[in-house]
Unconditional design. Structure first.
Length: 369
């Protein structure tokens, strides 16, 4: 699975504004459909207060946060699966991301065009989901026809086809009804069988409610309530943002200015930080740290990885020559105030190859090449 997030939705829901705020990189923003043709790609730092605290307690020469990639994909419309609005090109871009941030318009503004000339989050979500299901249906039907053909002419394929064909037929039936594949609860083995299809509706989704300034801090927005109900039924996360405000925050130069602005509008932190962390969690990503006088750094790893695998993220030689790792959690550093005191308290452990790395671990790897 790709370690990035695709920002999708109908035209004029605020995708490019959100992308620009996330990455502080200008994406073309205009009040007409399809102002984004090729996907904009931006890399962002993952906000992590733990790293800030580690830097305070173990001052380094350099600080390197974890990073995450966002892709701004042009607006989809009804008929996208059949090529409407350059839909085929946009759908291909979605296939390449790991998680989808589905931006939904949850505000009224007569000056900003809506492709349906009305604000209805449930209908907007259904429009996107139907197009994604239809795109996947075409992919599944092509593979199904191929699998049936191969099963008739090749004995080697016959055994695989006995498992694959019923699965593809199940997917075909669901997608024909507009059901997203992720709702079917596929097993790991079933998911592996169709992994090469890169099904869009198998990807996890985060719903992003784009609100106006008047709705900040107000939980009564009826459009947001509709989105939350849909997300709850799917087991998806919801992040509420005001794209316009986030763009203004991103334009400020210093952290102090941004914090002052947030406080002035009644926010504790930027909603974009919540979105980044939500995408991180949804992909099953975690963070471990290395810390020392030269560098404090956050590293991204997948939940469940063993110590040698995480060492390999730093350098392949670390994994090949892995011996042991000195490990303690950042919570212990925060509690005791220094690495030396963590060691004196017996909280620093020597872990071997079978150790499953935990989120927030600070690690010093021992290796020999």
């Amino acid at each position: 699975m790709a370690l990035n997030c695709g920002i999708v939705g109908l035209p004029n829901v605020g995708k490019s504004t959100l992308f620009s705020a996330l990455t502080s990189a200008p994406a073309e923003v205009a009040n007409y459909p399809f102002c984004t043709i090729s996907p904009n790609i931006g890399t962002v730092n993952v906000p992590d207060r733990r790293l800030d605290e580690i830097v305070r307690l173990i001052p380094p020469a350099r600080v390197v946060p974890a990073v995450f990639q966002f892709v701004d994909i042009a607006g989809l419309v009804a008929g996208a699966s059949k090529g409407e609005g350059l839909g085929n090109q946009f759908l291909a871009n979605i296939r390449e991301v790991g998680v989808i941030a589905h931006v939904v318009r949850c505000f009224e503004d007569p000056d900003i065009i809506h492709v349906s000339n009305r604000i209805d989050p449930a209908d907007d979500i259904a429009t996107i989901n139907i197009e994604l299901a239809l795109a996947d249906l075409e992919t599944v039907e092509k593979r199904l026809a191929k699998a049936k053909k191969l099963s008739r002419i090749s004995k080697d394929e016959e055994k695989t086809a006995a498992v694959l064909i019923p699965l593809l037929e199940r997917l075909q039936g669901a997608l024909s009804d507009g059901v997203q594949v992720r709702a079917l609860g596929l097993t790991e083995d079933e998911t592996a069988l169709v992994s090469d299809l890169h099904l869009i509706t198998l990807k996890p989704v985060i719903y992003v409610c784009n609100i106006d300034e008047n709705s900040i801090g107000d939980d009564s927005n009826p459009y947001v309530a509709k989105v939350r109900a849909i997300a709850a039924a799917e087991g998806a996360e919801v992040v509420v943002v005001c794209g316009k405000i986030e763009a203004e925050i991103a334009a400020l130069e210093s952290r102090e200015e941004r914090q002052e602005f947030l406080e002035s509008v009644g926010l504790e932190e930027s909603a974009l930080g919540q979105l980044i962390r939500s995408a991180y969690r949804t992909l099953g990503l975690r963070t471990f740290f290395t810390a020392g006088s030269d560098e404090d750094r956050a590293w991204t790893f997948r939940d469940g990885m063993k110590a040698p695998q995480t060492a390999g993220i730093i350098h392949t030689d670390f994994e090949k020559g892995f011996i042991r790792a000195d490990v303690y959690n950042c919570d212990d550093l925060f509690a005791y105030g220094s690495e030396q005191k963590v060691r004196e308290a017996g909280k620093m452990r020597l872990e071997g190859r079978d150790y499953t790395v935990r989120d927030g671990d600070i690690m010093h790897f021992r290796f020999n090449v």
